[in-house]
Write a protein that binds this ligand. Structure first.
Ligand code: NAD
Length: 496
């Protein structure tokens, strides 16, 4: 490790000291068969954090074979749900005990504020427990009332499931993805993003430590074009889960389509917040500014289009401008920082280019945004920005994935709904009003997987979360339905 951060936990220091971070495949530390590696960096300082294997297609073959072997032979797929539950709770306990350690690794690797990273790890724990519990209480065999026949259905796990994850919530999203698959008795192969592979590697070691059979959880690190493509094209998976951009999601979907492998795609968004004239302007502004600056706006379901009733528009804009200018941009490991870096230079340039393109197409800058300097750090920093204009503007249409909110005015409920729905994305929107009847009415008409009322970014376990259109397909995550997705159904019938 070349990073210089004071106050690292000793366990994190030890973890980062390894010259090569090897993930576990089939219960054994693995390297790329061609010896290739890549480096992962601290986005806040640019320092190298670790060197990681860049797995080849042959290595992905080995991981799928290990997952198949574990599925067929380790007893994981056939063990009683409560026994599997015990092992999954053990994994949850082990992760929970190490929230500060994994949180620090994640904060360094993803550029997250440490408390936020710890929150992600705690969410992982809650997700595993949620599905481990639920799986124990679902009948796997169901009798069917069919005239003249004895008939029933039986639920079986599918086999090895592949998962490809992005860099914005690396550990939390692994939890959302693999927990239902594991609880249902499947084995998994995880491909973390190349920007943030460390927490997945750490997890693969913990899984072995707590006694999850070898090969049930495998991690293949590498770049998207090499390792990611090999995972998405592999014919040995029985299901695939992809979380990331619509562009790559389309490629993964195509590859799975070719192989007739069912796939879940959790993709990007261009969410709206509809702010009516009866809100507490200061409170709503504080919450939306909090949402757009949380993890530097690198949140798929963020409210990036703020649609505000004309009667409170000016007050709302001036409150938001005041708040956004006060946000302290800094190094993620510094306790006074409110907004850290974006994940890499490519992402920083992407954010800056949208500011430029938006203005070129006629948007007005309310709060300038642009590059940010953080003293003593050469990381990837931007200032949060507020823009306004028509919704035809490129900055209002495309996912920027940075701390940029785009404001527009409306004067009727119908107009607001039409504005929300004028996008190809369909992930999450919110409506803000003290009139709860109006909130419900609008929430039900906003075209997306998720509508939130007087809040943005709500993920209680049990509420399905997923997207439609350019935001995804295949059923979403985090609800009882998700668990059922990881069982295949077989019907058995005989004439009486
Ligand atoms: P990305 O699509 O660039 O990468 C995601 C993953 O795909 C990475 O692991 C990457 O290595 C891999 N990949 C890249 N090229 C590949 C290829 N050719 N074949 C197979 N895999 C490949 O996305 P990102 O930049 O890491 O993440 C940001 C995107 O993710 C945004 O669009 C965001 O909205 C979306 N996202 C969606 C959700 C959700 O729940 N809907 C959650 C988080 C992020």
């Amino acid at each position: 490790m070349a990073t210089v951060v004071s106050n690292l936990l000793p366990e994190v220091d030890t973890f980062l000291e390894k010259s090569l971070q090897r993930p576990l495949v089939g219960g054994k530390e693995a390297e790329a068969s061609d010896g290739s590696t890549f480096e992962t960096h601290d986005p806040g300082s640019g320092d190298i954090l670790a060197t990681v294997p860049n797995f080849t297609a042959k290595d992905v073959d080995a991981a799928v074979a290990a997952a198949q072997k574990a599925f067929d032979k380790s007893g994981w797929a056939t063990m009683a749900p409560n026994e599997r539950g015990v092992l999954l709770h053990r994994l949850a306990d082990a992760v929970e005990k190490r929230i500060p350690i994994i949180g620090q690794i994640e904060a360094l690797d993803a550029g997250k504020l440490e408390p936020h990273a710890q929150g992600d790890v705690a969410n992982f724990v809650a997700t595993i427990r949620y599905f481990a519990e639920m799986a124990q209480h679902i009948a796997r065999r169901n009798a069917l009332a069919v005239k003249g026949h004895e008939a029933w259905t039986m639920r079986h796990p599918w086999g090895p499931c592949g998962f490809i994850f992005p860099w914005n919530f690396p550990f939390l999203l692994i939890g959302w993805g693999i927990s239902p698959a594991l609880a249902a008795g499947n084995s998994v192969v995880i491909k973390p993003a190349e920007d943030t592979p460390l927490s997945a590697i750490y997890l693969s070691h913990l899984a072995k430590e707590v006694g999850i059979p070898d090969g049930v959880i495998n991690v293949v690190t590498g770049t998207g074009e090499k390792t990611g493509a090999a995972v998405s094209q592999h014919k040995g998976f029985k299901r695939m889960g992809f979380t990331g951009s619509p562009e790559v999601g389309r490629m993964v979907g195509e590859a799975c389509g070719k192989n007739l492998i069912p796939v879940k795609l959790e993709l990007g968004g261009k969410g709206a917040a509809v702010v009516f004239e009866d809100v507490d302007v200061c409170d709503t502004a504080a919450k939306l500014v909090g949402a757009i600056t949380f993890h530097s706006g690198q949140v798929c379901c963020d409210a990036t289009r703020w649609l505000v009733h004309k009667n409170v528009y000016n007050d709302f804009v001036s409150e938001c401008s005041k708040l956004i200018k006060q946000v302290n941009v800094g190094y993620q490991m510094d306790g006074t920082t409110q907004m850290g870096p974006v994940v890499n230079e490519k992402q920083r340039k992407r954010v800056l280019s949208y500011l430029e393109k938006g203005v070129k197409e006629g948007a007005k800058m309310i709060v300038q945004g642009g590059p940010a300097e953080v003293s003593g750090k050469t990381g990837h920093y931007v200032k949060p920005a507020l823009m306004e204009g028509t919704l035809e503007n490129v900055a209002a249409k495309e996912e920027i994935f940075g701390p940029v909110a785009y404001l527009a005015k409306f004067d009727s409920e119908d107009q607001a709904i039409a504005m929300v729905n004028s996008t190809d994305y369909g992930l999450a929107n919110s409506v803000w009003s003290t009139d709860l009847n109006r909130c419900s009415r609008v929430a039900e008409q906003m075209r997306a997987g998720n509508s939130w009322i007087n809040a943005h970014n709500l993920f209680p376990h049990g509420v399905p979360y997923g997207g439609i259109g350019k935001s995804g397909l295949g059923g979403g995550v985090n609800s009882p339905e998700t668990l059922f997705d990881y069982w295949r159904s077989v019907s058995c019938v005989r004439p009486l």
